[in-house]
Design a binder for this molecule. Structure first.
Ligand code: FAS
Ligand code: PHB
Length: 391
């Protein structure tokens, strides 16, 4: 097989890149190791920032977003039994976020790519990338029990944190930066209407909790738990009791309960690899960086990477120019590190470390007071949360 751009991974990054390249007339082939049903049903992100909304609209991949998405002009922050709203309309005029699950984004992008005849090969596992240092890289992959080769001009690793593409880069040529957090999230899906209008982030003496949603009848909630927590140790009543404690606020608000239909524990890690390029292979999305989900940036960073890369690969195809290709890694990393900092900031402000001291408790409360006082700290939060412009 031969193509201009060989893409590894049919997550949001790979699927959106394939659509943008196809619409720009650039040939590509997308290899995905899992089957279509698995990829379409994997529960993950839920919040899209303005730049992602804009990118999906520009790529003609917004029909379900605009018809099913739950658009929000703010978030709620709760601590010390008080609630505060971060008003995006006032602090980041013209920018919103939308609750639109990653599953729906992926489903729409798969349908659009297949309808346009973009070669998306499911159950096609990339085993290694050869010749990335030269002008004709090859992806060796296994599909339908056969060893096959995809000859490319460029390879893009959109294969997530556990994929193979990052490992193709020699250790001596890469720098990695990482932090693991001493806590995880227990995430649930529940058949109950959300008890809040906007996303609700709560700091409490027992730790962090987040109330999100998937529809007017399905809620998505998370609570901080110790690393290594077994979801089986948390029955519905224990989960709802603990969430009610963490969301407690003066007044008559209460957390509505319902049957929990899914439970999972999500570890928290910050990670960046530099550079995001090795010869004719580029890394995009979780293959290059991950963030703790507190800032809702993971999916959004993946989108921003491929928007930058699609422009660069299209320019090369049109006139052989390499300026944008050569700038790809630095352009993306500037924004990646902004999002890494914001995600670290949100995570360490809202979560209680296992050995946290009373002094650190007070620092967190002081930081939360600054964020909710409506001044520059609130503006910076709104700016980051609704998404910085894509470079
Ligand atoms: P993805 O990991 O989505 O996709 C990579 C794809 O590559 C997968 O389909 C995989 O099967 C495929 N692949 C891997 N190796 C391959 C190989 N050798 N050959 C072929 N294909 C291969 N972000 C948020 O903003 N908010 C959240 O709440 C949130 N929750 C998360 C929960 C979990 C459990 C995880 C793991 C992540 C979460 N994230 C969240 C982050 C997540 O949404 C990612 O940022 C997003 O999926 C990144 O998209 P991609 O870079 O496309 O990678
Ligand atoms: C979600 O809806 O899954 C979600 C929302 C905001 C976050 C993390 C997850 O910060």
């Amino acid at each position: 097989m031969r193509t201009t751009v060989g893409i590894i991974g049919a997550g949001p990054a790979g699927l959106l890149l394939a659509r943008m390249l196809h619409r720009a007339g650039v040939d590509c082939v997308l290899l995905e190791s899992r089957d279509r049903a698995y990829v379409e049903e994997r529960q993950r992100a839920g919040t899209l920032e303005q730049s992602t909304i804009d990118a999906l609209r520009a790529a003609g991949a917004h029909e379900r977003l605009d018809s099913e998405g739950m658009f929000h002009d703010g978030i709620e922050i709760r601590f010390a039994r008080r609630s505060h709203r971060i008003d995006f309309a006032a602090l980041a005029p013209g920018r919103q976020v939308v609750i639109h699950p990653q599953t729906k984004v992926v489903q729409e992008l798969i349908a659009l790519n297949l309808a346009d005849g973009v070669p998306v090969l499911f159950e096609a596992r990339a085993d290694r990338v050869e010749g990335a240092e030269g002008d004709h890289p090859v992806i060796r992959f296994t599909h339908e029990g056969r060893q096959r080769a995809l000859h490319c001009d460029f390879v893009v690793g959109c294969d997530g944190f556990h994929g193979i593409s990052r490992r193709t880069v020699p250790d001596a040529l890469t720098r990695t930066f990482s932090r693991r957090y001493p806590y995880s999230w227990l995430g649930i899906l529940a058949d109950v209407a959300p008890s809040c209008t906007d996303l609700l982030y709560a700091h409490s003496p027992n730790g962090f909790a987040l109330h999100s949603m998937r529809s007017s009848t399905v809620s998505r909630l998370y609570l901080q738990v110790p690393n290594g927590t077994d979801p089986g140790d948390w029955d519905d009543e224990r989960i709802w009791d603990e969430l009610s404690f963490r969301f407690a606020v003066d007044g008559d608000w209460k957390l509505d309960r319902g049957p929990i239909t899914a439970k999972s524990v999500i570890p928290m890690q910050s990670f960046v690899t530099e550079p995001m390029r090795h010869g004719r292979m580029f890394l995009a999305g979780d293959a290059a960086h991950i963030v703790p989900p507190t800032g809702a940036k993971g999916l959004n960073l993946a989108v921003a990477d491929v928007v930058v890369l699609a422009r660069a690969l299209t320019a090369w195809t049109e006139d052989g120019s390499t300026e944008l290709i050569d700038a790809y890694s630095d352009t993306c990393l500037r924004r990646v590190w902004q999002a890494e900092h914001f995600s670290w900031f949100m995570t360490t402000t809202f979560h209680r470390e296992p050995d946290q001291t009373p002094f650190e408790d007070r620092l967190q409360l002081t930081q939360l007071e600054r964020l909710t006082a409506g001044g520059p700290a609130a503006a910076e939060l709104a700016d980051n949360y609704t998404g910085l412009p894509i470079g």
